[in-house]
Design a protein around this ligand. Structure first.
Ligand code: PLP
Length: 382
């Protein structure tokens, strides 16, 4: 039975709660997607997104969720490229599959939730590669990978760097140009606080040089076709217009809040969740190393031994809160709390309070208060 109500608070690492202004924009009347009004919307959105990505490069907006941009990033380089795919979670694994599909791929793998060894990447690059793929924020494990060091290695070896920023761009510091990232992408339903369905991708001049000479590129997600159309204020095929209207509103909200303030807000939320769950005796899932950090957009927590994940999920849902479980091999072992989108401090406190209550009911904590107090201290101290 689905116990969620219309007002359920979705604390998933995407989709996320969407602000009312953004939701309202979805119901605006359609306009001519080949006319001046759409051109203005597209030009302004692309310009603002360059600020969010901290890049001077082109940013293109694609119909399609994050995976569409993942595939565009790899597929547009042609079918003869040699990749090094870094994997320490489910999305690194997905990029590895894409690189194997479109080119030849060598993987540097760390256990999911553990740090990637930079030395191993260095050694792999010595064997020669055209491009490296890396997930900045591994949503599946609640861990953020260090991109800067990998970017520097790629520059030295003249390899392109493709960065999945689906759950980081707009919510965790990700200065694309400063880190030397050639292709970066995000999805609408994460840090930007939109419904799912759009992805945004930046492409450096170095990457364009490769894309231009690729013997084959995908059809729908042909980035050259997207760039050509964007220069005329259009998309090559019909844009998902309601989502573009919503994007305009979401970018206005981001502008009003300020990118740095948004990043700080998410980091305070994540820190308060981490502090609270540890105060309740729960254990964070990631095992940090020298090239990783806890994620500031999603927290992955080990399911306590005396509780089944499904029981926890259902108990939270009965109290109006939706949390995520682990994916694939992590199913049943971890649960995840996202903190992106239209969320207040009060929402975060509510989540912690309800989690604490469920832990009390299940004999995992023996008194209420430690977690909620810990979360409150972080939130109020911010
Ligand atoms: N990459 C990361 C890091 C993600 O978190 C996700 C989705 O959660 C994706 C890629 C895939 O995005 P989508 O599900 O929007 O296709």
């Amino acid at each position: 039975m689905d116990n969620t109500t219309e007002t359920a608070l979705i604390m998933l690492p995407g989709p996320v709660p969407v602000a009312p202004q953004v939701l309202r924009a979805l119901s605006k009347p359609m306009i001519n997607h080949r006319g001046p009004e759409f051109r203005r919307l597209l030009d302004e959105s692309r310009e603002k997104l360059r600020g969010v990505f901290k890049t001077e490069s082109d940013v293109l907006i694609l119909n399609g969720s994050g995976t569409c941009a993942m595939e565009a990033a790899v597929g547009n380089l042609g079918t003869d490229k040699r990749y090094i795919a870094l994997e320490n979670g489910k999305f690194g694994e997905r990029l590895k599959s894409l690189t194997a599909l479109y080119g030849s791929s060598m993987a540097v793998i760390a256990d999911w939730g553990t740090s990637i060894e930079v030395e191993q990447v260095k050694q792999a690059l010595e064997t020669g590669a055209d491009a490296v793929t890396l997930v900045h924020n591994e949503t599946s494990t609640g861990m953020t990978n260090d991109v800067q060091q990998i970017g520097a290695l790629c520059r030295k070896r003249d390899a392109l760097l493709i960065m999945d920023g689906v759950s980081s761009i707009g919510g965790i510091q990700a200065p694309i140009d400063r880190w030397g990232v050639d292709i970066a992408f995000t999805g609408s339903q994460k840090c930007l606080g939109l419904p799912p369905g759009l992805s945004m991708i930046s492409v450096s001049d170095r990457a364009w040089d490769v894309i231009k000479t690729a013997e084959k590129r995908p059809y729908y997600a042909d980035l050259l076709a997207h760039r050509e159309a964007a220069e005329k204020g259009q998309t090559p095929y019909t844009p998902a217009m309601p989502l573009f209207f919503a994007l305009e509103e979401a970018l206005k909200l981001l502008e009003v809040e300020g990118l740095e303030a948004r990043i700080d807000r998410y980091s305070v939320y994540a820190e308060s969740i981490r502090t609270a769950v540890q105060a309740m005796g729960l254990e964070l899932f990631p095992k940090l190393g020298p090239s990783s950090a806890y994620s500031n957009t999603v927290t992955a927590i080990k399911v306590p031994p005396k509780l089944e994940f499904m029981a926890l999920k259902e108990a939270m849902e009965r109290r109006g809160i939706v949390i995520a479980g682990g994916q694939e091999r992590l199913k049943g072992h971890i649960f995840r709390i996202g903190n992106m989108g239209n969320l207040s401090k009060g929402d975060i406190l509510q989540v912690i309070e309800k989690l604490e209550l469920i832990l009390l009911e299940n004999g995992i904590v023996d008194a209420m208060g430690a977690g909620t107090l810990a979360a409150d201290c972080v939130l109020e101290g911010s």
